[in-house]
Design a protein around this ligand. Structure first.
Ligand SMILES: Cc1cc2nc3c(=O)[nH]c(=O)nc-3n(C[C@H](O)[C@H](O)[C@H](O)COP(=O)(O)O)c2cc1C
Length: 220
């Protein structure tokens, strides 16, 4: 591993919003980071439904989800491969990210299950005191969901719900996806330009103005 290279473990789970996961991994790979990727069976179905990608449910080719030019630093792992590198606390993984995260996986992690590689990766991150970033997606949230999230937050996980902000006035779904992905990258200290950052407005918002940013102002 080169000095600048950082390694991340990423799990796709069966929550809605696989676009967040696909974009997140692409940005990490574009930035030259190493990614260990695994996906739950439910997430493969979500990929089919939401992304319209014909993925083989029995033998999924996760690498094929990304352009060939980006695959060099991508290691994909079977969900059952609990012998894969990110399953061990001794592997050099900087942070583990579940994006999107279903309520099912979230519940199992909160209760210490390690019944597949995604859950084990999360369990390892918690026990090793490494960042575990969870991007849950469900609405409305039940008391059970909320209690599980609180349990995880108390164990040190970062709960970053898939809640795009609207103050950037997104015009496309991609911009909304990038907002959430950008917030996840921020939390991991990874530079990006996926959204413009807020700065103090110097004029009152006007009805019909094209953007909330002050004219001519380039946000830092
Ligand atoms: C298209 C689609 C969207 C779904 N969206 C959600 C969701 O937003 N949140 C959630 O918790 N489950 C959602 N589910 C249900 C989960 O996929 C299901 O509970 C599954 O068992 C979770 O498995 P996993 O935790 O192993 O990924 C969705 C399922 C499908 C097919």
């Amino acid at each position: 591993m080169t000095r600048a290279e950082r390694a991340f473990a990423v799990g796709f789970c069966g929550g809605s919003g696989i676009a967040y996961g696909l974009r997140f991994v692409s940005v990490l790979l574009e930035a030259g980071h190493r990614v260990h990727l695994t996906a739950t069976n439910a997430s493969l179905r979500v990929i089919r439904h939401e992304a319209g990608i014909e993925i083989d449910l029995a033998k999924p080719d996760l690498a094929a989800l990304f352009p060939a030019a980006l695959r060099q630093k991508l290691a994909t792992h079977d969900l059952v491969a609990v012998e894969a590198a990110p399953s061990s606390g001794s592997a050099k993984i900087e942070a583990t990210v579940l994006i999107p995260c279903s309520m099912g996986t979230l519940a199992r992690i909160a209760h210490g299950f390690s019944s597949n590689l995604v859950e084990r990766m999360a369990d390892v991150a918690i026990k090793e005191g490494r960042p575990l970033l969870v991007v849950p997606r469900e609405t409305p949230l039940s008391v059970i969901h909320l209690e599980n999230m609180l349990k995880l937050a108390r164990a040190g996980a970062i709960l970053l719900p898939a809640m795009p902000g609207f103050y950037t006035r997104p015009e496309t779904v991609q911009e909304m996806v990038d907002f959430v992905v950008g917030k996840a990258l921020d939390r991991l200290g990874i530079e990006h330009a996926l959204f413009r950052r807020w700065s103090t407005p110097t004029v009152e918002p006007r009805v019909g103005s094209v953007s909330p940013w002050n004219e001519g102002e380039d946000c830092p």
